[in-house]
Design a binder for this molecule. Sequence first.
Ligand SMILES: [Zn+2]
Length: 455
Amino acid sequence: MTKKRLGPAKVDRTFRPHHMLEWTMATCVVLGMLLLFIFVRPQQPESLASADAAQAMLDFRENMPSASTANRIGQVTVGAAAADVLEVLGASAEDAEAAVDALRRTGLVDRKRMRPGTALTAYFDESTLQDDTSRLIAVSIKPNARHTLLATRQADDSFFVSVLTARLVTSHRRAAGRIETTLPAALVGAGGTPAHAAALAALFPDDPALSTGGQKGERYDAVFEVAEDERGNFIENGDLVFAAFNGVTSHGSWYRYTPGDSGRTEFFGSNGVAAHPFLTRFPIGRVAINSGFGQRYHPLTGQLHLHTGIDFRAPAGTPIQAAGDGIVTFAGFSEGYGRHIRIRHKRGYETLYAHMSGFAGLAAGATVNSGDVLGYVGDTGSATGAHLHYEIRRNGRYVNPMTLELPSGRNLASEPEEFAAFLRQKAMIDTLRGGTVSDMLTASNFLPVTQPTSP
Ligand SMILES: [Zn+2]
């Protein structure tokens, strides 16, 4: 249990006797919240839902015997923002705004609007309940599974926010079986998320059907991290750490591992070899870069704009090679790019080669392999001199070819220390797959999975 205090813009640090009662009440509220966090144990992930959290807040009153407050529970809706809800519950508009502003300053709740359905509990001075507006003493809100915020009124009427953060412990879950409808449905049914399904599908890029849900009867086996609190209550799902697939067009198994030297997390086959890079950053070899990716002043117009690729300096006529296997989707001329070629690759990637002097006899629709010569460096289109303008897009968005994370193709088996560490991690994951997780397989559609073949 950690408690982080975030102060409001204005905090009265002087401690005056006549404010003693409010300080005591505020302290009791904070202590009560801490006790609540320690003693309230949700039984299921579902019980973390806001309605139950609100119910739990009721119990918390018992932990603050000296505070004469009354609490009222409301819920943020599409039509009613948090401040509106507080007003409906009885707070003055001024107090409601001040409390919500303080909560927003934590950065843990949406700056514009809190998520509809978020429950909040308002604590009022009991003696003011019959007044037109009740005196707001504190507001508690649970914007997500990890955090509980408590805004308490200070001596100067500003609100001070305490953030209670559950300390998380990483545990693992396994989902394995045969696809009944789709892979995401199968993983979600076993406690995973659609993101886990997407991460699994990305490990089998040659299987286009898998990225759209896979086919009935195909076998999958996934282990993913789960964040729990210190008593084993589910808080949130984490990363995929193992994925095996045995389907119509592809099969294999991948273990997530972070080599100690590079610190770069990647998936490795059971033999310790990472996926091979399917694109290169250097379609004309390691030549000098004239201009990198990002915002720059255009050399011709002088305007600041996004430079959507990398400019490689090379003499006219230098051969340009395909950055990876793919299909030519365009080979022609346009004003800016000049003579250029676009190639569609797997995993949603596309590359573009601009300002070419000529093509190597390729047209749209042609299949190319990594390293095939596409054409030659030139200065057609908007170019100040001979260079290759090289772009990579992922799912239609420009990415920086130099910082793009591509599979390394690294072979851990040739590095004894790393390989030993990798095998320890693999053994841990295989143990998780072997037993201790049978509760994940109770649904009738989950059948035991045979040991998948290596990639
Ligand atoms: Zn360029």
